[in-house]
Design a protein around this ligand. Structure first.
Ligand SMILES: [Zn+2]
Length: 284
């Protein structure tokens, strides 16, 4: 049960948005700034995302008639323009995900403001509009960033974890929807194995890693909630893992009463929901 339930449109039992963060080789380029270009293994592991996995994911979405959300560091957009084009052509959303995946905790907010603006310029130039959604690298959102998002007329953030359902963040600067992720539907714990950034998890088999995401969906379905996996093409877009995802998405779609939409649409719906959503105040 939820303290502030949301009734979804068209009597849908549950809202759902599969999100992919296309970090590609920005991860290693930022983590090892002095010699990243020598590290061909992590570079290639990242490159697999936009070049091999994203076409596979887009093909699935096309066959299932889904439009969903992607988050991209602007540096990745600049370096993989064909990926941006194919995502936009299919009608999906691209959200702001930093310049080159720099963790905002590792530099001053002055630096962050500059990187943020540089990324905004890329989004506007390559997508024809300002992004409406933001997800911080490694979920490292700061109060200053919340203010920056509000000032730049963003509709939502997707980095904070204070609730199961979308909720409204209030600050002195205004309001912002939060589309909350959590670690139970994030694919780093089951699938990431990345020595250079100190993330060495025992890699799970495809169904072992993916089953928990759908257990989360069942709970949300029962309770009338919101399901949002946070995935990465170079992890979950690998052949066997995506085959497993595809099988399960197809099954879930057969129910016909789960509202799959880009995050932006769900955020707008929740913000305008007259039944009342949760408000959380943040000091800016
Ligand atoms: Zn990321």
């Amino acid at each position: 049960m939820f303290l502030h339930p949301i009734e979804w449109p068209n009597k849908a039992r549950c809202a759902a948005s599969i999100t992919f963060d296309i970090d590609a080789d920005s991860l290693i380029r930022d983590a090892k700034r002095n010699d990243a270009e020598l590290r061909l293994q992590p570079i290639s592991m990242g490159q697999y995302g936009p070049t091999v996995a994203v076409p596979r994911i887009l093909d699935t979405y096309k066959r299932f008639g889904l439009t969903q959300s992607f988050f991209m560091p602007a540096w990745v957009m600049e370096n993989y323009p064909d990926t941006v084009e194919s995502i936009l052509k299919a009608g999906h959303e691209i959200g702001h995900h930093s310049w080159r995946h720099e963790d905002p905790m590792n530099h001053s907010d002055e630096v962050e403001a500059e990187l943020f603006e540089r990324a905004m310029d890329t989004h506007i130039r390559m997508t024809g509009r300002a992004p409406r959604g933001y997800r911080a690298p490694v979920y490292s959102i700061t109060p200053a960033m919340v203010t920056r998002l509000i000032e730049n007329e963003f509709i939502y953030d997707s980095s904070m974890m204070a609730d199961d359902l979308p909720y409204l963040i209030k600050t002195d600067a205004g309001t912002l929807m939060e589309m909350p992720p959590h670690w139970g539907t994030d694919d780093w714990p089951p699938f990431a194995h990345f020595a250079e950034i100190g993330y060495m998890m025992p890699v799970r088999g495809p169904s072992e890693g993916i089953t928990p995401f759908f257990e989360e969906l069942e709970a949300m379905y029962e309770a009338g909630g919101f399901w949002m996996p946070v995935l990465h093409p170079f992890l979950t877009g690998r052949l066997a893992r995506w085959a497993e995802m595809e099988k399960r998405i197809e099954k879930v779609l057969e129910r016909g009463d789960i509202w799959f939409a880009p995050l932006e649409e769900i955020a707008i719906y929740a913000r305008n929901y007259t039944g009342g959503i949760r408000h959380v105040t943040i000091d800016s």
